[in-house]
Design a protein. Structure first.
Length: 330
């Protein structure tokens, strides 16, 4: 592959998870030119983990691409938190036990001699949507990825809002019911504990158990085994017109509407963007959520705020990493 010219320097976006490293070459317009995925080595110490990242970058287009003079503007990395985005230090992510207070940005910059930025996936994806995606042209952006968990990011005037310590934007762990179930973070009643994929799965299984005589395609998709039902099956059943699946998703929509109303009253964004697998499943309800916000909001103009599906799907981490090193709009 021919490296990009100096005038069209691309960025390497890196998405690090507990089991995989995804890397992509992203052009200045936010287009992912090419990408690769490699296994992540998360349990064998800091250096093997770092080597897994560099091997993934090398597999993208050869060693020369990220070398000095190779035409790369920078390397942006999405890594699990907690982390310090200002220092580029990965602190103690549960699914990356290999890195504790690891200076990831510094080590990568020493290897590749280009600027390196590190942030969490939701912050980075929010920036990518603002730079190049669904939120392009908006000033005050709230982004949420709803899938296995709920992660959020806030972008104000083209910049991620990190707060005083770098930990701002944990909207998925806002409590909406202090008597609610314990979230994975340890708090009670977070929106993640009510509306993420595992919560939808749990609601589906509970309803199937409570009404064993009620026919539902969810149970058919699960092979007759309630314990095998998943949120993905709920989505498929709803698309086929299943009434129970519709009830489950409607409950999820009500919870998300209440949560987003708090976001709107707190931030007054000019756009709401949602990505992730559960968000895609709920996209037929977006207009309903938007139209119901005035019932929940103090803001009298809440219905004017668009609720949009994210542009970047499974590639949000790669695009987000690249966005961290993109030029800030003037």
């Amino acid at each position: 592959m021919t490296p990009p010219s100096k005038t069209e320097a691309a960025i390497i976006g890196v998405d690090i998870g507990g089991t995989k490293v995804a890397v992509g070459l992203v052009d200045p317009s936010g287009k992912i030119i090419t990408q690769e995925r490699r296994p992540m080595v998360a349990t064998s110490g800091p250096e093997p983990a770092l080597q897994a990242v560099t091997a993934a970058i090398a597999s993208l287009a050869g060693e020369s691409l990220a070398a000095p003079g190779g035409g790369i503007q920078g390397i942006g990395i999405c890594a699990p938190g907690p982390l310090d985005p200002h220092a580029g230090v990965v602190i103690n992510p549960p699914n990356l036990p290999c890195w504790r207070n690891f200076p990831l940005a510094l080590r990568m910059a020493e290897l590749y001699h280009v600027p390196v930025k590190v942030d969490n996936d939701a912050n980075a994806a929010a920036l990518a949507e603002t730079r190049w995606g669904a939120a392009r042209g908006y000033r005050y952006v709230f982004y949420a990825t709803v899938g296995t968990g709920i992660g959020t990011g806030i972008v104000l005037d083209g910049r991620i809002y990190h707060g005083h310590t770098g930990a701002a934007g944990e909207g998925g762990h806002m409590t909406i019911d202090y008597r609610g179930p314990i979230c994975g973070c340890g708090k009670h009643g977070c929106i993640e504990a009510f509306a993420a994929g595992p919560a939808i799965t749990a609601r589906a299984r509970a309803k199937l158990t409570a009404s064993p005589s009620r026919r539902s395609m969810i149970l058919d998709l699960a092979g007759g085994n309630i314990a095998a039902a998943t949120s993905e099956m709920v989505g498929k059943a709803y698309a086929a017109g299943d009434l129970l699946a519709g009830e489950i998703l409607q409950e999820t929509v009500e919870l998300l509407t209440a949560w987003l109303s708090n976001i709107v009253d707190l931030l007054d964004p000019d756009v709401l963007v949602m990505g992730g697998g559960v968000a895609a499943m709920l996209s037929p309800f977006f207009d309903e959520i938007k139209n119901r916000l005035p019932d929940w909001c103090v803001n009298p103009r809440s219905s004017e705020i668009p609720l949009l599906m994210a542009h970047y799907g499974a590639d949000a981490g790669i695009a987000g990493g690249a966005a961290l090193c993109s030029e800030t709009p003037g």
